[in-house]
Design a protein around this ligand. Structure first.
Ligand SMILES: [Zn+2]
Length: 353
């Protein structure tokens, strides 16, 4: 791993190798938390979100009894939350008759389901049922992601949390996609039923319906599942690399930070931003540092969001390396920089060349 590799962020495994010796339990936990918080909108309000906030606030030291209590709360909450997600989706797609997808009884007994439109009604029900199932599954997946935050801090928990969070996001996206398709099919089915009522050639109308369903199925079939897996993998890697940039900065660069830059104003601001997760105020912290004559470019650039390698918009998280540089100067991450400026430290113990 070279500095260029690190900054490019394409090899999260190699990046983890590079910094793991200097990662405390806290930093591992916060890395996992950041990967889950990235999908905040997928976490149902309630114990899942509360547990994530708790894990962040107690990243230094998660008491064993608290871990157990949270795992119990999460276990108790997942069923009702999945039911609620299922019910909300059911409301949305009720018109497409999701229950019909599970019954083997012919649906043709209903008056508006003229036979030639039947394939469309049937497909609408099928997509609606898939949407309902997936919306419950996303809750189970994101709960699993949150659960991973309470596992032993380390690489495995980070990857599990990041994977589950991305899978949950994919499941929710899938649920919404299937719901849209279900409603579209229902609309097409209603129109086809109206047309078929007066059509001379009912067989032609039916073959049109079959063809329409086939086209839609093609767009959402096995290929899409494979694309989703690839996308999930890509997103996990991206999230891990991105938050390694956030939590570890650049281990090839310098973490230089003069004690004189830690003025009362700087400390105050850094503490508030950290406690309140008010990362939008980081540019103000950059100003305070400039007032203290700070000239460390990596620090200032990180706070202003003008790092050359950062392609995505800034994604600050609890454990932001600059905030920690200010508030936790003894963190082992900065070990090399804490030594007197005797130029570069030798390569880390036992590290590969
Ligand atoms: Zn940051």
């Amino acid at each position: 791993m070279t500095e260029e590799d690190w900054l490019r962020g394409r090899d999260p495994d190699g990046m983890l190798d590079r910094v793991e010796e200097r990662f405390t339990a806290r930093r591992w936990r916060l890395l996992a938390c950041a990967a889950v918080r990235r999908r905040w909108e997928v976490i149902p309000a309630g114990p899942g979100r509360d547990a994530l906030a708790f894990a962040e606030d107690h990243a230094d030291d998660l008491p064993a009894d608290a871990v157990e209590a949270w795992l119990d709360r999460l276990a108790a909450a997942v069923g009702p939350a999945a039911d609620a997600a299922r019910a909300a989706m059911l409301d949305l797609v009720r018109g497409a008759d999701p229950a019909a997808a599970e019954q083997n009884t012919p649906v043709l007994t209903r008056p508006n389901q003229v036979a030639p439109a039947f394939p469309l009604f049937q497909a609408a029900s099928r997509y609606a049922a898939q949407a309902v199932d997936a919306s419950a599954r996303h809750v189970e997946l994101i709960t699993d992601a949150v659960r991973a935050l309470f596992g032993p801090p380390g690489r495995a928990s980070v990857l599990r949390a990041a994977n589950r969070a991305e899978e949950a996001e994919a499941a929710r996206r899938y649920a919404n996609g299937q719901a849209n398709t279900a409603l579209k099919l229902k609309h097409m089915a209603d129109e086809a039923a109206d047309r078929a009522a007066t059509a001379k050639n009912k067989r032609l109308e039916e073959s049109k319906a079959v063809e329409a369903v086939r086209k839609i199925d093609e767009g959402g079939g096995a290929d899409r599942a494979a694309d989703d897996d690839e996308r999930i993998d890509r997103e996990v890697r991206r999230a891990v690399a991105r938050f390694l940039h956030e939590l570890a900065g650049n281990p090839f660069g310098d973490y230089r930070f003069e004690p004189g830059w830690r003025t009362a104003a700087v400390l105050d601001l850094a503490r508030t931003i950290d406690a309140e997760r008010a990362f939008d105020r980081l540019p103000i912290l950059a100003d305070a540092l400039l007032d203290a004559d700070c000239d460390a470019e990596p620090v200032l650039r990180h706070l202003r969001g003008t790092e050359a390698h950062a392609k995505d918009k800034p994604a600050h998280a609890r454990g932001c390396w600059v905030l920690d540089r200010i508030l936790r100067p003894d963190d082992p991450l900065f070990a090399a920089a804490a030594k007197p400026a005797s130029a570069k430290r030798p390569r880390r113990r036992g590290g590969p060349s």
